[in-house]
Ligand binder design. Sequence first.
Ligand code: MN3
Length: 228
Amino acid sequence: MLRVLCSAAAAVVLLLAGALPVWAEFVLPPLPYAPDALEPAIDATTMTIHHDRHHAAYVANLNGQIKANPSLAKLSLDALQGQISRFPVAVRNNGGGHWNHSQFWAVMAPPGQGGEPAPELLQAINASFGSLEAMQTQFSQAAAARFGSGWAWLIRTADGSMAITSTANQDNPLMDLPEIERGTPLLGLDVWEHAYYLNYQNRRPDYISAWWDLVNWNEVNTRFSAAA
Ligand code: MN3
């Protein structure tokens, strides 16, 4: 009798599952290192709150938009960025937030473990900025000058050159929006206060300068090769 009931219950569950649409949901990627691995530049508490609460909320809110925007479920996170103009602002903010933070964790590494710019990347940086140091200075200035919340980016543009740009809120250089300087992001820095305030308070330039110790050049090299 119990077995029959269980089978009946299982059948009902299967029927219900079959009746519901199957959404391809977006997934929060785990941090690729321990939360304290980026200390002292970024403390463990900031990393934990940033990943487990902020990034998780972007993913949950993006998934919450699927029902009203079913075509979202057919798009990869990358593909979504290039079509963001078709969607409401909640998709732009949360879809951008998910993409931006996924890249942010990946382009950082524990101090001393990020490798160095590959010769091809260095050559492209030198051609566009004169030197690695000049690129870093321009990038840091863009990050410091971003008013309010946003990101600074090193991008590869359509003509193959490199550029520094900055976006507001959770926008990024992949988005098909008129106010965006478009290109393939190679390196993006989060300058929202939630990224640094616990440790640095209002000293954003100190956060930016400490952050260079965390850049995962191995990952930037990979992104550069893929964009070439
Ligand atoms: Mn953030």
